[in-house]
Each structure stands twice: as C-alpha cells, then as structure tokens.
Ligand binder design. Structure first.
Ligand code: HEC
Length: 177
C-alpha cells in the first residue's frame, strides 16, 4: 500500500507523455541539407553493401527448381495474379490493363519469344523490360522460375499435337465435358 501513491504519480507522469505528438521532434527531410554529412540527407550505401536477403535470393535465382506439376500450378497461380492483367490469361498480350491503355506487349506466342531462352523470361521478370517494370520485389526467384515454366506451358499449348499427350489420357480429349 505504501507504494500505491508513488506508483500512481509515476503512471500519471508517464501517461501524460503519451499525449506528445511524435511528429514534433527534430528530424531531417529528404533532400534537405544535413550538416553532419557532406552529401546531405540522402545517404549512399557504402560500396559493396549487400541487402540482408540478397544472398538467399541470388542462390534461389541460380538454382532452378525441378519441373513438377506442383511448380506449374504455382506458376499458373502467380501468373494469373501478376502477369495476366497485362499479358492476358492466354499470354496474347491483351489483358484488361492493355485494354485500358497500357502499351500492348508482344504475344508470348510470337516466334521471337518462343525461341527466347528461359533465362530471358526470368530476367524480364527480375529487371523489367521497356515499358514493363520489374517484378522482383513481388515475385521471389523461385516463383519467377515457376512463372517461366507456366509461360512455356502456354506456348506449348498452341503447338502441341495429340502425340504429346500421354496415351492413357488421349481418350479424355475426345470425351465431351
Ligand atoms: C502492367 C502491365 C504488365 C504486367 C503486369 C506484366 N507485364 Fe510483361 N510486359 C508488359 C509490356 C508493356 C511489355 C512490352 C514492353 C516493351 O516492349 O516496351 C512486356 C513485355 C514482357 C515480355 C517480353 C519481353 C520481350 O523480350 O519482348 C515478357 C516475357 C514479359 N513481359 C513477362 C511478364 C511476366 C512473366 C509478368 C508477370 C510476372 C509480366 N510480364 C507482367 C507489361 C506488363
């Protein structure tokens, strides 16, 4: 009980401080002069700096995951979220954003893109290409490989023949759904 009064006082003092607006404190704005640094407030990372997760990302980019049905499914899902809005569900380049004015990308079924290697597709997702910006922050390297695999599946879908379908599944093709 003897402690109650000092505790109450302490609480009153501490809670009163909560009322202070944290915006009201000394800080530098971007591009403003900062007497501490010769180059102003915008600091350049020392040369050779590596972001914390860069090592993991580089490893995932260099190690292509094995092609499995699961990877393709993941690729289809990510493609539908991140790429189909512009490239269209079939990869023809007529997605909803393009219908609303975005420059039309080359169709994935164009001969040049059919002949392009997987690394090119991976690099376009990583770095962007012309009017298309980079998807590196949203699509991690493993997912990029999954999307590349799915683009290959889309391309194949227009050029496959019945012989490419495993014999035991061919009958399903002629069945009406
Ligand atoms: C906001 C629209 C938009 C989204 C979303 C988008 N792209 Fe693109 N993409 C473009 C445009 C526009 C171009 C053509 C750029 C140019 O030629 O200047 C392009 C070009 C490409 C190319 C062709 C590069 C070449 O060599 O011609 C590939 C491959 C590609 N995109 C893959 C993807 C993938 C994979 C995704 C999803 C991760 C994606 N894009 C998401 C707009 C988009």
């Amino acid at each position: 009980m003897r402690l109650a009064v000092p505790m109450l006082l302490l609480a009153a003092i501490t809670l009163a401080a909560c009322d202070q607006n944290m915006d009201v404190q000394p800080y530098y704005r971007g591009y403003s002069r900062a007497p501490l640094f010769r180059s102003g407030t915008l600091r350049v990372p020392p040369s050779g700096s590596v972001a914390r997760d860069d090592g993991d990302r580089n490893e995932a980019a260099a190690n292509r995951p094995a092609l499995t049905a699961k990877l393709l499914e993941r690729g289809q899902e990510r493609f539908t979220i991140f790429c189909a809005p512009c490239h269209g569900a079939g990869g023809d380049g007529n997605g909803i954003i393009v219908q609303r004015g975005m420059p039309r990308p080359t169709s994935y079924h164009d001969d040049r893109l059919r002949a392009a290697d997987d690394q090119h597709l991976f690099d376009v997702i990583t770095n962007g290409y012309g009017a298309m910006y980079s998807y590196a922050p949203r699509v991690p390297p493993r997912d990029r490989w999954a999307v590349v695999a799915y683009i290959r599946a889309l391309q194949l879908s227009r050029h496959a023949s019945v012989e490419d379908v495993p014999a035991e599944q061919r009958t399903q093709l002629s069945e009406t759904p």
